[in-house]
Design a protein around this ligand. Structure first.
Ligand code: NOJ
Length: 739
């Protein structure tokens, strides 16, 4: 990327605003800004967290409440509910210019109704379900006074040590871009300002998911090629989908903090992408540029952040304390300040807050929307679609209900908290359906017995004997193990991603009974569980499935729902293989078919292959792929080629297959990965049914960023692969691009 001079980039981003000048909102913003003092302008860029600003603790925050009353605060995070948002908004409306506050919150996977964690939802590969989940979250939050969610997280993440893999869509750029757009559409609905929608935030801009060694907040060092090819496209997709805001990130990128990074925020986002929303910093990330060693002090941090395009300072106090002086000293140009303020005010107008400052804080709507039963049905639907059947030896699943004795065992079997996962705001914990509760209510004639064996975390084996005794009296064991809810998420990096505590020992003790074992695993990331992968009869990966988790798991176990989820992220065999993605390069010394690894790109103590590959996921039925055809084996210019094949359900039950299209550009000026996902479809088929599935391939499908970071396709041969997983390619063909 050619580095533009900051001033030129500011001019470019100002030109964007100028273009919109004749809109009504723009005129209103201009009129308002003409009345604003520099102090009031800076106020619009100051965001405060106000969880305890209301109620009995409010007197502790008298100075901050006074700032709100004085128009020195533009936005609050963490104030929720109609009563509290009204109370604080009323204060802002007493300020000289009566500019309403924006209320924001981390509504990540549901508000009151808890949906699966985002990585889980990504396993559904179901854009409609994902969009609906975001929309319901928005509807509930918007009924409780919230205007703005800090979601979706669109960071590509290829390192499961990083706890925040839970919050995104996994490792793939293409899938991640589709999901980014679906989530933005879901949160924002048809139009900003509709009271069933909230503003979305594409975060964390950028490359936060590539923290060195998977340690949260760590530095990121990557080539521009990787940045443009892998990490930026989901952000671009979010911007194109209309994401109202972006959040920058804690990390440095090639030595420059994202928050102070003009190349990211000015050149790319507001320049090349012509982005019109505003950028909020991450929590105190402006301030953190001081310990990074990028800013000398808080004042310097304020100057560097705003000049680099960071519009709003979240809980950093750099802008509130230093921006006015910096403007007066000429370190920040008035037009830079004005551009940031204009962006923020524009959103307040678009939300309709100047006309109706309390329109999102409506007690009757809050009551009605938060009690809407259809939201639970949607949560169940997504949770089912998110579940991935990793293994099903001898077709042990689905379980029969006929007079079977089923022992449900494990630290997470009766947990409600762990089913919710992290980032839960107003979830009704008491109404979360646990796994054993779900199994009991779906069991029919089957007799269910339950033993916890150990508490979540499984520090003690004291309860194992009782659990083994319970298991011995049964015909089949369902064992619920995994991470606890608080082991993934922000600041939850792990060097060891095996099952915590003594859960593997518990599995071994149960295995010794000789009874068949179905393992239900909960987690916010890929775990390493080789013993279970080898020895369990069936494995159901349920992530943290949310309020309806127990019902979703039970429906899958008893076959009332035929699983269709596919992994959105690679499951390694060991931490030593990380980072591991299906989209690898070939090297000059790949491991060949004879598997001889002498002087090959290999490990001497492990296969290169993952435990479970990206795209893997089984069904209770079988799918046959045949008859691959291309409408033309040669493609020229802007022609399009159709790839088609027959997909048949050759099993005995109805099921859904997620067919995946990968390609490899065989020879190019910059080497290309062995496989890149370029398309997928969810196809539902009755037993015996066959359908012709087709994908359109155009020039864009074959394009990549060349060494000048120019997007385009190069003539030559492309291998096209269609399959059920990245390691289960069923059909291939080649396509020639001639020019
Ligand atoms: C820090 C996190 O990185 C970010 O994702 C979140 O939105 C903010 N805190 C606000 O809670």
């Amino acid at each position: 990327m050619k580095k533009l001079h900051i001033a030129a980039a500011v001019a470019a981003s100002l030109a964007v605003s100028a273009h919109a000048q004749d809109t009504q909102i723009d005129r209103k913003v201009t009129e308002l800004m003409q009345q604003m003092t520099v102090t009031e302008k800076v106020g619009q860029l100051h965001q405060l967290s106000g969880r305890q600003f209301t109620g009995p603790t409010s007197s502790n925050y008298a100075d901050k409440l006074a700032d709100i009353r004085a128009g020195k605060v533009g936005s609050m995070l963490n104030v929720t509910g109609v009563a509290d948002t009204r109370e604080i908004q009323a204060l802002a409306l007493k300020s000289r210019l009566k500019i309403p506050l924006l209320f924001s919150l981390d509504v990540i996977h549901g508000y009151k109704t808890v949906f699966p964690v985002p990585l889980g939802e990504a396993a559904s590969w179901d854009m409609e379900a994902i969009e609906l989940s975001a929309h319901i979250a928005a509807k509930e939050a918007a009924a409780a006074g919230i205007h703005w969610t800090f979601a979706p997280m669109v960071d590509v993440a290829r390192d499961p040590r990083w706890g925040r893999v839970m919050e995104g869509a996994g490792e793939d750029t293409y899938l991640g871009s589709q999901i980014a757009a679906a989530r933005v559409h879901g949160f924002q609905g048809k139009q900003l300002g509709a009271t069933d929608s909230v503003m979305a935030t594409a975060k964390h801009f950028a490359a936060y998911g590539a923290a060195i060694a998977g340690r949260d907040y760590n530095a990121v060092d990557m080539s521009e090629q990787q940045l443009h090819e892998v990490y930026l496209p989901p952000f671009k997709a979010a911007a194109d989908a209309g994401a109202a805001t972006f959040m920058n990130s804690f990390n440095t990128l090639n030595g420059i903090p994202a928050t102070g990074n003009a190349m990211l925020q000015r050149d790319i986002l507001k320049g090349a992408w012509n982005y019109k929303g505003f950028v909020v910093s991450d929590w105190a990330s402006v301030r953190e540029m001081v310990p990074h060693g990028f800013a000398a002090d808080l004042s310097d941090a304020a100057v560097k952040a705003i000049n680099a395009g960071s519009d709003m300072d979240m809980e950093g106090y750099a802008y509130s304390q230093h921006l006015e002086a910096a403007v007066k000293a000429g370190k920040v140009k008035m037009e830079v300040l004005d551009d940031a303020v204009r962006r923020v005010l524009t959103k307040k107008f678009e939300l309709g807050l100047f006309d109706e400052p309390y329109r999102y804080s409506d007690a009757a709507r809050e009551k009605a929307v938060l009690g809407d039963a259809s939201h639970r049905a949607a949560a169940l639907d997504v949770a089912q679609k998110s579940i991935v059947l990793l293994k099903n030896e001898n077709k042990l699943l689905p379980l029969s209900r006929e007079a079977k004795r089923i022992a449900v065992i494990g630290p997470l079997a009766d947990s409600q908290r762990d089913l919710e996962g992290g980032w839960v705001v107003q979830g009704e914990r008491a109404k979360v359906v646990s796994i054993v509760e779900g199994i009991r209510s779906h069991a029919g004639k089957a007799k269910i017995s339950y033993a916890q064996a150990c508490a979540p975390g499984c520090a003690s084996s004291a309860g194992f004997a009782e659990a083994v005794a319970t298991a011995s009296r049964s015909d089949i064991i369902v064992l619920a193990v995994g991470e606890t809810w608080d082991m993934s998420g922000e600041a939850k990096s792990r060097t060891d991603i095996t099952l915590p505590g003594q859960q593997e020992a518990l599995f071994n003790a149960l295995k010794a009974t000789g009874k068949p074992i179905v393992v239900v695993m909960l987690a916010g990331r890929p775990l390493v569980f080789n013993t279970i992968a080898d020895k369990a009869d069936a494995i159901v990966y349920a992530w943290f499935p949310g309020s309806e988790g127990g019902n979703a798991v039970a429906n899958v176990l008893f076959g009332d729902y035929n699983p269709s989820g596919k992994l959105p992220i690679t499951f390694p065999r060991s931490v030593g293989q990380i980072p591991l993605s299906y989209a690898q390069y070939n090297t000059g010394r790949p491991v060949l078919a004879d598997k001889n690894i002498t002087y090959r790109s290999a490990y001497i103590d492990s296969p290169n292959t993952p435990r479970y590959a990206f795209g893997h996921g089984l069904s209770y039925t079988d799918f046959k792929y045949s008859g691959l055809a291309l409408s033309s084996a040669v493609m020229a210019g802007t022609q399009k080629v159709t790839l088609s094949f027959d997909l048949a359900n050759s099993g005995k039950v109805e099921g859904t297959e997620i067919v995946q299209l990968y390609l490899r550009d065989m020879v190019s000026s910059v080497v290309r990965p062995l496989k890149e996902l370029k398309g997928f479809q969810k196809v539902r088929l009755k037993p015996g049914e066959t359908r012709r599935v087709s994908f359109t391939i155009d020039r864009d499908t074959l394009s990549f960023f060349n060494s000048q970071l120019k997007w385009g396709a190069e003539a030559g041969e492309f291998k096209l692969m269609v399959g059920s997983a990245s390691d289960d390619i069923r059909l291939e063909n080649t396509l020639q691009l001639t020019q």
